[in-house]
Unconditional design. Structure first.
Lengths: 182, 334
């Protein structure tokens, strides 16, 4: 069972090919905003023969354009090659990676923080976004985890029991409001 | 020679469009999914929303297009995509999608300049004859060029400030017509007369255009009348503006017809859908006995068929891009 993992949620590109839960090949490209130049060539490097059974794509939260490009490629691959596709949020991947079951996770995108609150490994409310200023108030006296490293074996184990979705329906998690929504 | 089928993708603004074009001339299938109703609520195109809708719909637009043609991506000879100019986020969705198809099906990628696509829209149901004068008029561009052959351009002039379509949209807003401004000005002008005196934009012998002065004149006029407590005759103002704006194009075109001796003319871009403009340019071309190409309305506004038509000469010369191609928000014809 081979899995292609596509993560472009912030400014890095992380592409991995797994055989079961072993990493066969991984390419990380650091700090490429609007990563169009690097994204497709990186995927081709990791998986030149398109020999995978399913795609796991990080659907956010993060940079609108970054996530969107990863999602566009992933859903097009899944649709044209008729493969299973499983979108997953980067917070959920952190949540699956953690031993603890209750935690608040945050992620900085330069202007503020995305927040995810979990109890018993389940989200207790929708993800939300705080400005840097609001975050420093919010974070007082709280144990917030900011940089949880991903345990891919755990993530893959968890996603094994999750069914794939229709590629047409895959879209990014847009948490931050844009001008016209505010 | 073997027939060439190109799958073309257009996502530079608020239309997600795909087409299959045979030999650069024949449209086998065309799908245009417009987002106009969504953006109308905001009074103009919201770039982030445009990008979101492209990403949501793009695989479904492919499915539709292939179904119409009863073909598969593997039947194609190349994948073409508009990669400049336009809204960056929107272009990127189409571009990454196109690259993915190239990777999956081992097809060459053709990068098409959206503006050149508008010119080649005229090749879809006709055969362009060279040399020709190309007048590209849209929301972002006002350019006059000589074309001596496929992709052989010599620029004559361009706008020094606003594009003509931009001026139409801004004037519409000031007079009080909703988005999309251009078509609404055109409609209103039908019931108006050219009674407001507006100055000629660039009254000289260059091929350059300018629309920001004309736009400011309209804004000033509206403000002055408001301060005096006078009612604006909206339809008359729309008509007066449109008359001067179009007259400027006609004058520069006439200058080019005189100076170059060229007798083929193409108008291209979203603004070329304006019927009054088409009529005035036709009258001028008739004076010179010049042939005028105007795309069918369907091919005037953004569509992927024109991208397929413009990709064909690039296919023949094997002008292919590798999959690190990036999108560019700004670009001219050359």
């Amino acid at each position: 069972m081979k899995t292609l993992y596509i993560d472009t949620h912030l400014f890095d590109i992380d592409i991995i090919l797994f055989e079961d839960d072993k990493i066969i090949k991984r390419e990380i490209v650091k700090d490429k905003k609007y990563n169009s130049t690097y994204l497709m060539p990186t995927i081709m490097k990791v998986c030149p023969n398109k020999d995978f059974d399913e795609i796991i794509v990080v659907n956010g939260p993060g940079s609108f354009t970054g996530v969107r490009l990863g999602i566009t490629i992933a859903k097009t691959l899944a649709y044209t090659l008729n493969k299973v596709i499983k979108p997953v949020s980067y917070f959920d991947m952190q949540n699956y990676s953690l031993e603890s079951s209750n935690h608040i996770l945050s992620m900085n995108d330069g202007n503020g923080y995305f927040i995810a609150e979990y109890e018993n490994h389940k989200l207790i409310k929708p993800l939300y976004y705080l400005s840097n200023k609001d975050y420093s108030e919010f974070a007082k006296n709280k144990d917030i985890k900011t940089d949880v490293s991903i345990d891919f074996a755990k993530v893959l184990l968890h996603l094994k029991n999750v069914s794939g979705v229709n590629p047409h329906s895959v879209k990014p998690l847009y948490i931050k409001l844009i001008g016209v929504e505010q | 020679m073997k027939d060439v089928y190109i799958l073309a993708i257009e996502s530079s603004c608020d239309e997600t469009s795909m087409a299959i074009v045979k030999n650069g001339h024949e449209v086998i299938a065309l799908t245009i999914l417009t987002q106009m109703d969504t953006h109308a609520k905001f009074g103009g195109v919201v770039p982030e929303i445009a990008s979101r809708m492209h990403a949501e719909n793009i695989t479904m637009v492919l499915e539709d297009t292939l179904k119409k043609a009863n073909m598969k991506v593997s039947d194609m000879d190349a994948i073409a995509v508009a990669y400049k100019p336009g809204l960056l986020g929107s272009l990127l969705v189409g571009l990454e999608f196109a690259k993915t198809l190239c990777f999956v099906y081992n097809k060459p990628l053709i990068g098409v300049n959206h503006l050149i696509g508008h010119i080649y829209a005229n090749n879809l149901e006709d055969n362009l004859e060279y040399p020709l004068l190309a007048l590209v008029i849209s929301g972002g561009h006002t350019e006059l060029a000589i074309m001596n052959g496929d992709y052989d351009f010599k620029m004559l002039g361009t706008t020094l400030d606003d594009a003509i379509g931009e001026a139409f949209d801004k004037v519409a807003r000031v007079i009080g017509y909703p988005y999309p401004g251009g078509p609404n000005i055109e409609k209103a002008a039908l019931n108006g007369s050219n009674t407001y005196k507006l100055p000629k934009p660039v009254d000289d012998d260059t091929y350059n255009f300018s629309y920001s002065g004309l736009k400011s004149q309209v804004i000033n006029l509206v403000n002055t009348e408001k301060m005096k407590g006078n009612e604006i005759r909206k339809e008359d103002l729309a008509c007066s503006f449109q008359t001067v704006a179009v007259d400027e194009l006609v004058r520069k075109l006439s200058l080019a017809l005189d100076n170059t001796g060229i007798r083929n003319v193409v108008i291209a871009g979203g603004v070329s859908a304006n019927k009054y403009l088409q009529g005035e340019i036709k009258k001028e071309c008739d004076k010179y006995d010049a042939k005028l190409y105007i795309p069918r309305l369907l091919y005037c506004t953004d569509n992927a068929a024109m991208i397929g038509a413009a990709a064909y000469p690039l296919y023949l010369r094997k002008d292919f891009k590798d999959l690190s191609l990036n999108a560019e928000s700004h670009a001219d014809l050359i």
